[in-house]
Ligand binder design. Structure first.
Ligand code: ADP
Ligand code: S3P
Length: 163
């Protein structure tokens, strides 16, 4: 068993923020798939979308997911919100945990400065609503555990740890 925890969920559900705290609390290393892809490409997610389209970005996510499965142990991995749609091996990487958060709270989080610009698919509320509708069932069936991701990051961490 690789002992990884794989956080899945929509943009802004808190995978990166909560993931860092969870890694510290459980003595695991923290990895973020968007950051790994950016480091490998030498470009931001927004630049990759602009230059290669969504398809190019998804190819990179699929290649990364294969690598994570064979190479990573004892980590908390924050995945990009679209990964469960294209990567069918997430359960093979570790214990998948869905940070379930309602769309209104997600809108508020993404309204904060800088958060939308980082995410090409967060350009409009309509796009977010459509993507969420496509994804909800996929998150549900990919998740081994579902955690309520409303409230601040410490509250969510406590829920995950069962405290
Ligand atoms: P994700 O990795 O799922 O896209 P992030 O952790 O990057 O989400 O969070 C996106 C934004 O929402 C950031 O501005 C972050 O500070 C804020 N945020 C994340 N989790 C929470 C939370 N539980 N409560 C309030 N704000 C949060
Ligand atoms: C995406 C989510 C983003 C990032 C990219 C696409 C998506 O990651 O991978 O902008 O399709 O939901 P976060 O979920 O960390 O915001």
């Amino acid at each position: 068993m690789n002992n990884n925890i794989v956080l899945i969920g929509f943009m802004g559900s808190g995978k990166s923020s909560v993931g860092r705290l969870l890694a510290e609390a459980t003595d695991r290393f923290f990895l973020d798939t968007d950051h790994l892809i950016e480091a490998a490409a030498g470009r931001s997610v927004a630049e990759i979308f602009a230059q290669e389209g969504e398809g190019g970005f998804r190819q990179r996510e699929m290649a990364l997911a294969k690598w994570l499965q064979v190479s990573v142990k004892n980590a908390v991995i924050a995945t990009g919100g679209g990964m469960p749609m294209v990567c069918n091996n997430l359960r093979g990487i570790g214990e998948t945990l869905w940070l379930e958060c309602d769309l209104e709270e997600i809108f508020e989080r993404l309204e904060r400065s800088g958060e939308r610009e980082k995410r090409p698919l967060a350009a409009s509320k309509e796009v977010l609503i459509a993507r969420y509708a496509e994804r909800e069932a996929v998150y549900r069936r990919t998740a081994r555990r579902i955690v309520d991701a409303s409230g601040n990051a410490q509250t969510v961490l406590a829920r995950i740890l069962g405290r």
